[in-house]
Ligand binder design. Structure first.
Ligand code: TTP
Length: 696
């Protein structure tokens, strides 16, 4: 759902830069002979000449469109050069395009805050640079203006005939303009300069929109392509939105836009002006209603976020028509390819950018034949991400099976097993999100992280546990690059949204989410109750020890936060905490997870767990002889506490001397090798001597 944000200031200068026919330009740079030629990049699949994914402007003049296949494009433009997208692992390899995008981002980020919005789009906040230019070097004082600047389009200016450039030049250098228009003019100078730098350094052309917010800048960047820029002065906003078909507005291309057309009879964004905010809220809820009201007026306070790297990594492939995957082994084979690619990119990101992804998500597109329920979507599933190709593959397969089971219904899933019983997978993707940077100067943490991955068995995903419905990601967040197979648009509808407050859930460190998931999963009733109350007790106990021994007040904070929904929200608000703190938290919670998991897995191996308790079990204690899983879990987790860590000097020798000989020896043995507390036998009841009187 769109989020309504009031305008931060009407004096911001925001640019949206969009590369022109990007994949084609990258291929033309590789093969210079293609420059200026009608060219298109086609998908890996060569059926009917392959699907076109990028078309040069020279080819567009002939009527070649992205929706065509290569054979069709050849018919309308026989001279067209069709370049196949690079291939690796039987699918498109987008690395050269990603790297080319990064080259551009590096240049654009020189003048202001830069947000990489997709493989070939960037938002820039140039307010500070524009303000500085207005003070130091105002356009009205410039003696010459570069050709690139006067080539700008200024919405609302009559651009008729030969004097268009003159008019633009005049508008950009007016001394009587309002301050906010002067700032936009400065923005036009800066963006023109940046675009020239991009061309000189990368050989790529790009187009741009310059306005006072992201929404208007994005609308403008596509208005004059290729290699041009468009400015949106305040006076032209009304006209621009008045002409803009409702479905062309970002966020209104889908159901909401359709409803506006059908239910309110709205044709253009400007048509929304006739409705009061209350009316729109009545129809679409408070938030969306306000967003629509603001949008109709060109109001958007969305900030440009500092982000030079993608928010997520994804690898996907479609299997249209007869290529649909119909058995679990065939899905497994492709998942393996996708996971290898994903893992390579994660590793690269880790090494190059010191970033760690926390969530693995599987999306699939499926069909069921002979099923009245065929509108049902394959549910997207996610889980905490474990590094290492084999772990990612293993977890992705489990996520797939969990999704398939839900999609088919348990009964059908059981009877179909690995057989084809009328289902097919037409699209598959894995993605890694919640990517967090490890702060610089934390080399040892990197080692720690690596060690964790390699030496700890970690939590092994089971299809019964730990799997979450994937949250709905916004297109820009999701940023799954399409692999020449799946477009973002086509992925988006697959993502199922769990009904829980996802934002809150995902604000928790992932291992905590995991832990809560374990508690929520469909365990037998008895075990479910373990999680709901006594386990929470154990959890607190363990964390208290951690808090005391580490002095880690953050752990304490998380515990508090977990205790209530309110707390969770509090934690959410604290997202701004330094990344390093959060990194430490997640490492700590990772430990917790290991402890708990180890405990759970040991339950069956160790029938008399109570023997290991630091305190002697009481006669009626459920931990002694009882089969209460609950109590056994408690006792096992308590085992992990740093119990009985007395210093020998703190024990009064006289007290020891009064003890029976055998017990004295035992205590000595116990205290001496303090670093090996678990090696002592503890079944003699010695602890009774140290218990408070009432327990003796
Ligand atoms: P776009 O920016 O949508 O288009 P473009 O750069 O090719 O052309 P334009 O000048 O009109 O902006 O997409 C950027 C690249 O993403 C594009 O070159 C190829 C790739 N892409 C796909 O692979 N599949 C798709 O469905 C779309 C829309 C883009």
């Amino acid at each position: 759902m769109p989020v309504s944000r009031p305008e931060l200031s009407d004096s911001r200068v925001i640019a949206h830069v969009d590369m022109d026919c990007f994949y084609v330009q990258v291929e033309q740079r590789k093969q210079q002979s293609l420059r200026g030629q009608p060219t298109a990049v086609v998908q890996y699949n060569s059926w009917q000449g392959g699907g076109l994914i990028a078309v040069s402007y020279e080819a567009r003049k002939f009527g070649v469109k992205r929706s065509m296949r290569g054979d069709e494009a050849k018919k309308v433009c026989p001279e067209i050069h069709l370049v196949q997208v690079p291939v690796a692992r039987g699918k498109a390899d987008l690395n050269s395009y990603r790297n080319a995008g990064s080259e551009v981002v590096t240049i654009l980020s020189r003048r202001g805050r830069c947000e990489r919005a997709s493989i070939d789009e960037v938002y820039l906040d140039l307010t500070i640079a524009a303000e500085a230019m207005l003070v130091d070097n105002p356009p009205e004082c410039l003696e010459t203006i570069s050709e690139e600047v006067v080539k700008s389009h200024v919405l609302g200016l009559e651009e008729d005939g030969s004097n268009a450039r003159e008019k633009v030049g005049h508008w950009l250098t007016r001394s009587d303009a309002s301050r906010r228009d002067k700032l936009l003019a400065c923005g036009a100078f800066i963006v023109a300069e940046l675009r020239l730098q991009v061309l000189e350094e990368t050989e790529f052309t790009c187009s741009a929109g310059i306005a006072h917010n992201k929404m208007l800048a994005k609308l403008a960047s596509g208005m004059n392509k290729p290699a041009q820029q468009t400015v949106v002065p305040f006076s032209s906003i009304c006209k621009l939105l008045g002409m803009l078909p409702i479905k062309k507005m970002k966020q209104l291309g889908g159901k909401l836009g359709t409803s506006l057309q059908i239910d309110l009879g709205v044709k253009t964004v400007g048509d929304l002006l006739q409705f009061s905010e209350e009316k729109l809220q009545e129809y679409y809820g408070v938030n969306t209603g306000s967003w629509l009201w603001n949008t109709a007026r060109g109001i958007s306070g969305e900030e440009v976020k500092e982000r030079l790297l993608p928010n997520s990594h994804g690898s996907g492939k479609t299997f249209p028509g007869p290529r649909a995957l119909k058995t679990v082994p065939s899905v497994e084979k492709w998942l393996s390819e996708l996971c290898e690619e994903l893992s390579e990119r994660l590793q690269f990101d880790l090494e190059q950018n010191k970033r760690i992804a926390h969530t693995l998500t599987l999306h699939a597109h499926a069909y069921k034949s002979n099923d009245i329920d065929s509108f049902k979507k394959f549910p997207s599933k996610s889980c905490p991400l474990r590094y290492g190709t084999s772990k990612i593959k293993e977890d992705a397969l489990i996520l797939f099976q969990a999704g398939l089971r839900e999609y088919l219904g348990l009964y059908n899933f059981k009877i179909s097993g690995n057989q084809n019983s009328g289902w097919g997978i037409t699209g598959l993707s894995v993605s890694a999100s919640k990517i967090i940077a490890i702060p610089s100067g934390t080399r040892s943490i990197m080692n720690y992280f690596h060690n964790q991955q390699e030496t700890c068995p970690q939590v092994k995903l089971s299809s019964e546990k730990l799997i979450q419905d994937a949250p709905l990601l916004s297109p820009s967040e999701n940023c799954i690059e399409n692999g020449g197979h799946m477009t973002l648009q086509s992925i988006e509808p697959w993502i199922s949204c769990s009904e829980e407050d996802e934002e809150t859930k995902h604000s928790l460190p992932l291992d905590r989410q995991l832990d809560k998931e374990m508690c929520k999963e469909k365990l037998p009733d008895k075990e479910t109750s373990i999680c709901s109350s006594p386990d929470a007790e154990v959890y607190r106990g363990w964390e208290k020890d951690q808090t005391e021994s580490n002095g880690d007040y953050l752990t304490e904070k998380i515990r508090d936060s977990l205790e209530s929904e309110e707390g969770k929200r509090k934690l959410n608000k604290e997202k701004g905490m330094s990344t390093i703190s959060r990194y430490f938290q997640s490492q700590n919670s990772g430990d917790l997870l290991k402890v708990e998991h180890a405990s759970t897995s040991k339950l069956s191996e160790s029938p008399s767990l109570s023997d290991h308790q630091s305190e002697p079990p009481q006669e009626n204690s459920p931990a002694r002889g009882e089969s209460s899983v609950d109590a056994r879990l408690c006792s096992h987790i308590k085992l992990k506490r740093p119990a009985w860590s007395y210093d020998i000097d703190e024990i009064d020798q006289d007290v020891l001397n009064e003890l029976p000989k055998q017990i004295q020896e035992e205590v000595q043995a116990w205290l001496r090798p303090q670093k090996r507390p678990h090696t002592v036998k503890r079944d003699s009841g010695i602890a009774r001597y140290f218990l408070p009187a009432k327990n003796k």
